[in-house]
Design a protein around this ligand. Structure first.
Ligand code: SF4
Length: 212
């Protein structure tokens, strides 16, 4: 059931040395085959472990800090299950979402003009006024996977050639397979899908109540 990979993975494959691509594809195939046998939460936990592994093996100081948020201006992939966790977080912490902005960003992605927008217009709806993530504990895997070592100003300026970061081929291969297998979608798409629930403050729908 291969359905392609994420945009980020495609970029990694286009730029990476052949050995890295080989590692990536090996992990991708391995994870795809494994997902037939394991459940969603096991696949998710494995992805988290891979991400932690990259952080732990890092010998350089990591620049990512609360209040930075420069990387939070791009579409984020999120699985349905991740969105459920986010929704719970929104309800528990009484966080309101700017649905007009969600709609506008979603339209821009659909029209293929997202990356032509000015940076402030791309700002994630969950990035708080203090530039800290308001759903930090429930943030998606895609937001967790990068470890940046370079000056955050390079992230701010978008000069990608100067950004020094790490994400292991194993992590990227597993995550790409994860999103392909579990049908990850754009963050904005999911938010719109759950718009009715969010509008009502995230109360469960009748269907959700009866199925729990
Ligand atoms: S969910 Fe949080 S970490 Fe992810 S892009 Fe949005 S503000 Fe940034």
């Amino acid at each position: 059931m291969k359905r392609g990979t994420t945009e980020q993975a495609k970029q990694l494959k286009a730029k990476a040395p052949p050995l890295v691509v080989e590692q990536f594809e090996k992990q991708y195939d391995h994870s795809m085959a494994l997902f037939e046998k394991v459940d969603h939460s096991m696949a998710y936990d494995t992805a988290l472990l891979f991400i932690k592994e990259v952080e732990q093996k890092s010998s350089e100081p990591i620049s990512c800090r609360a209040g930075c948020g420069f990387c939070c201006h791009q579409p984020v992939y999120v699985s349905t299950t991740e969105f459920e966790a986010i929704k719970d977080h929104l309800v528990t912490h009484n966080i309101k979402v700017d649905l007009a902005k969600v709609q506008a960003q979603h339209d821009d992605i659909s029209d293929g003009i997202y990356h032509k927008l000015k940076v402030p217009e791309r700002r994630c709806v969950f990035l708080g006024d203090n530039s800290a993530c308001t759903i930090y504990e429930a943030r998606p895997l895609m937001c967790r996977r990068h470890v940046v070592y370079s000056d955050p100003q390079h992230c701010a300026s978008g000069s990608t050639s100067q950004i020094k970061y790490d994400v292991s081929p194993r992590t990227e291969g597993h995550l790409s397979a994860y999103f392909a297998f579990y049908q990850g979608d754009h963050f904005q798409g999911h938010l719109l899908g759950a718009a009715e629930s969010l509008r009502r403050g995230g109360e469960p729908t009748a269907d959700e109540t009866s199925s729990s």
